[in-house]
Write a protein of this length. Sequence first.
Length: 154
Amino acid sequence: MPVSAIINKHLEYTYDNGWTYEFWLKSPKRIVYSISGGPMAGRHNYQTCHIQEVRADEVFQISWLEETGTIVSLVLDIVQKRISTIIAFSKGHWENSHDAHGDKRNPKDFERWRELAKIGIQTDRYLIIEQATVDKIYEGRGNLEDIDENAPTV
């Protein structure tokens, strides 16, 4: 299944630790997401992402770098409805999770998040390796706010 097969897909999922997330793949280069459960709940964001097909039977890797300095890479297995993730939170993002809440579309939130990236050094990261169950898969953005394809990212 080519990467185009997952474009415009919307996934709602729950990590095994109870955190709840959702994302919409707007295009081959844009992901829009929202976090509703866990320490980052209340974060609404979009990123430039990189998608690659891992296995022809609907397994994909989706990765991005955030303005906070956090790196996210997840493997989505559509058939098994599972996600495996590594998140390398920047020190600023992890230790100041409340400051990482908000919406990137708000210039004050966006600038505050960029300041979080300046805390610590590259090796000051908090690694989260988790798996999630995909609760729902559907077409379109759902309740996520659309973005301009050229909206600023890192």
